[in-house]
Each structure stands twice: as C-alpha cells, then as structure tokens.
Design a binder for this molecule. Structure first.
Ligand SMILES: [Zn+2]
Length: 241
C-alpha cells in the first residue's frame, strides 16, 4: 500500500460528500476562516448535488476522486476484474469533473474508499493517478459513533459532547504534515437508504468541531493548505487487504 504523508503544513480533508445539508455549512466555516481544503467526493453523490460541487470548486477548494460508488476497490477487482476497477475510478472522476465544471485532469488526487488497496489495484491505478493516491488522514472521532444513535439538531448537548471528542482526538496528534480527515457525508447519504435521515445529520458534531480545530491549528503556528500545495512523501506499508 502506498501512503502519502505531507512533509510540511497541515491539510483538511473531507470525505464522502457532497452532502446537501452539511457541505454548504462546511464551506461557510472555511470561507469565514479563510482556509482552503480538499474534498474527496463520491461520483454518484456529485451527480445529485452539482450546485454544491460547483461551489466547492469556485470557492477555491481542491476536489479529489473518491470513486463513483464508494465500493472497496480490492473487492471490485476480485469480483469483477481489472476493467471494473478502472471504470469505477474513471466514472467517479468524470462525474465529479462534470458536476464541478472543471476538466477531468484537474481531479489530480484519488482517495480509495476504506483505503482498500493492494499491489494489483495499484498496478491498475498507476497509469491514471501515478503517485497521487492519498491514504493518510484517516478521519478520527467523527466516524466511530454508535450507528443507531439518532442525531438531531436540537440535541445540542450530545452534539457538543461529540464535537469535543473530535477536537480532543485530533489535537492530540496534529503536527507538521498531518492530513486532518473529516466526513461531510457518507455513501449511505442517498434518498431511499435506510440510514438516510441519520446519516444526513452525522456531521453535526463535525460542524461544531471544525472551527475550533482550525483555530487550534493556526494558533500552533501551522499553515493550512491544499494537498497540491504540500510536499508529499511516499511511504510503504505492509498493510495489504
Ligand atoms: Zn469514504
């Protein structure tokens, strides 16, 4: 597995969007703080909310490919073969670029869902993305909650308590070069999915945590920048799936 770690600065990553409810609020926060981030979008989600994707692009953030359906690439390879992996990645890239109103070659980074990756998948992806595969910056805190918890905007106490967990988890580990990962949405966030209502709200604590984390990062003297502005170093890991 290829892992990229930045050498300098700190980057903010948002996975699995766009989420029509949450992503515009994240954009508000980033605008207010005058910070640019990377959004790794799911192609089929981008098709549903092209206005938000375009807004992400026009506000100067970097848009990355998180595939078309958010399935595990290793499983696609095992079940459907090489071409299906290529198709999943290309279809995602093209859907995202079309929604954003940008050229396909401006989607320069790929983030494999679930970090599902092995040497075979890497061989297939290499001609498409080269070394621009972003594995680092696993979201912490905003993801590991009880899936049965019903998040509600009125439940400010639970939201604040969870926001504090996210802030505390990240601030313990942020250093020069950290990729700070969040989720603004999820693959379940399509109408008709049984988790839809809950997952629409899953990022409410993240919305509360984000401005605090940004302030903390800046107070520590780090610069927040886009991945393309960072110097990335390649690391090898034995973690294969
Ligand atoms: Zn994801």
């Amino acid at each position: 597995m290829v892992i990229y770690k930045a050498k300098n600065d700190v980057a903010l990553l948002f996975d699995d969007g766009p989420n029509p409810k949450i992503t515009p609020k994240i954009l508000d926060i980033l605008r207010l703080k005058d910070v640019k981030a990377n959004f790794f979008l799911i192609g089929m989600r981008a098709e549903k909310s092209p206005d938000i994707v375009r807004q992400i692009a026009t506000e100067g953030h970097e848009i990355g490919n998180h595939t078309y359906t958010h399935k595990k690439l290793v499983e696609i390879l095992q079940k459907q073969g090489d071409q299906a992996v290529t198709d999943e990645v290309i279809k995602g890239r093209d859907a995202i670029a079309k929604a954003a109103g940008i050229e396909e070659d401006q989607i320069i980074f790929l983030r494999p869902p679930y970090f599902s990756w092995n040497y075979e998948v890497a061989r297939i992806i290499e001609p498409l993305y080269g070394n621009n595969v972003v594995m680092s910056g696993l979201a912490i805190g905003d993801y590991d909650w009880d899936a049965d918890h019903k998040w509600d905007e009125q439940d400010t106490q639970a939201i604040s308590a969870y926001a504090k967990r996210i802030v505390d988890a990240w601030m313990k580990i942020i250093e020069n070069g950290t990729l700070v990962g969040f989720h603004d949405s999820s693959e379940h966030n399509l109408p008709g999915n049984k988790h839809y209502d809950n997952w629409m709200n899953r990022a409410l604590p993240t919305l509360e945590a984000l401005p605090i984390i940004i302030d903390n990062i800046l107070q520590k003297g780090f610069r927040i920048c886009k991945l393309s502005e960072m110097e990335l170093v390649r690391e090898e890991s034995a973690r294969l799936s």
